[in-house]
Design a protein around this ligand. Structure first.
Ligand code: NDP
Length: 318
């Protein structure tokens, strides 16, 4: 395993992290979820991402139970809050009230004394930023969380958070969690340059476009049994099937040929391509089976030359 600093912080996270959205507490049975987490840990993955809202707390419980047997200082646990956890007006958002209640609830569900990285799952236009940043700073002072990050914030919102923290002498955010993959590159023009300057690391989600970039979905062919796209719940299957466009299938076929030339899998090529970005601290994969973790971790052995990157760029821009 290789490790990178999380943004400008001194904390090191594995270049591949394991997440739990849709899978753990969801369509992946608990036994398989634990097997994936155990295999990840054995392979040196020290970074695990979850959120309060994933299956309304069930994912946090599965992750907490699986990690309980390992020494607390040997892994970095990340969770988040923002999305509704109930029907009440204060059961959502980034108010001081909701953040503090949700951190306490996450600590219980995860069964840990502290959260290494706590993240604002989205930007909340209904709460003043200084209220959110002060609540986070208090939680850091109390030792309940060690670092804070955001997820899917724009470059302007990230810059505003850094500026406000500096002005009020509060802790700065160290990371942003955006979607980033060969099929989703919106962070490249603004978010990455700003984050590079300011020491904010990207920990990117759906780096395999939910499985599309493994090449296992083929146009006009039956969906692989047991795959996310074949899950009965349309909110789950639909989230990956939105990648099923002619354009994407075309790119995947061309990328598959590049992977074959490099003698690696398409998933490994897609992850190596993400990790070419020094501003990326970690790529958060999902896995429903331990073999997927094993395959994906081997992406760290794939070296992409300038020529490979040019070839890939031509395919992606096409
Ligand atoms: P990926 O793009 O890595 O997709 C994961 C899925 O792809 C797996 O569940 C598996 O699906 C399939 N897969 C992975 N590796 C392989 C392989 N080698 N061969 C075949 N299939 C494979 O990431 P996710 O979409 O799962 O997102 C990762 C994490 O990012 C989440 O768990 C969460 O922590 C975070 N996230 C954050 C969000 C945010 O708003 N901040 C939003 C969404 C996710 P299958 O089940 O078909 O086997």
């Amino acid at each position: 395993m290789k490790y990178r600093r999380l943004g400008r912080s001194g904390m090191k996270v594995s270049e591949i992290a394991l997440g739990s959205w849709l899978t753990y507490g969801g369509y992946t049975e608990d036994q398989s979820a634990t097997a994936c987490i155990d295999r990840a840990y054995e392979l040196g993955i020290n970074f695990f991402d979850t959120a309060n809202v994933y299956r309304r707390g069930e994912a946090e419980k599965v992750v907490g139970r699986a990690l309980r047997k390992y020494s607390r200082d040997s892994f970095v646990l990340a969770t988040k809050a923002f999305w509704p956890m109930g029907d009440g007006p204060n059961d959502r958002g980034l108010s001081r009230k909701h953040i503090i209640e949700q951190v306490n609830a996450s600590l219980k569900r995860l069964d840990v004394d502290y959260i290494d990285l706590w993240q604002c799952h989205r930007y909340d236009p209904e709460t003043p930023l200084d209220e959110t940043l002060r609540a986070i700073d208090d939680l850091i002072t109390q030792g309940k969380i060690l670092y804070a990050g955001v997820s899917e914030w724009t470059a302007t919102q990230i810059a505003e958070a850094l500026h406000t923290a500096d002005k009020l002498f509060l802790d700065r955010i160290v990371s942003n969690q955006p979607q980033y993959s060969m099929l989703q590159r919106y962070i490249e023009p603004e978010i990455i340059p700003l984050s590079e300057r300011e020491g904010v690391g990207q920990i990117v989600w759906s780096p395999l476009a939910q499985g599309m970039l493994t090449g296992k979905y083929k146009k006009g062919e039956a969906l692989p049994a047991g795959s996310r796209a074949a899950v009965e719940d349309p909110t789950v299957s639909g989230s990956v099937q939105r990648f099923f466009t002619d354009e994407n299938f075309g790119k995947v076929e061309q990328l598959r040929a590049v992977a074959e030339r490099k003698e690696c899998s398409l998933a490994q090529l897609a992850l190596a391509w993400i990790l070419r970005q020094p501003n990326v601290s970690s790529a958060i994969i999902g896995a429903s089976r331990p073999e997927q973790v094993e395959e994906n971790v081997k992406a760290l052995d794939v070296v992409l030359t300038a020529e490979d990157l040019n070839t890939i760029e031509a395919i992606l821009l096409n």
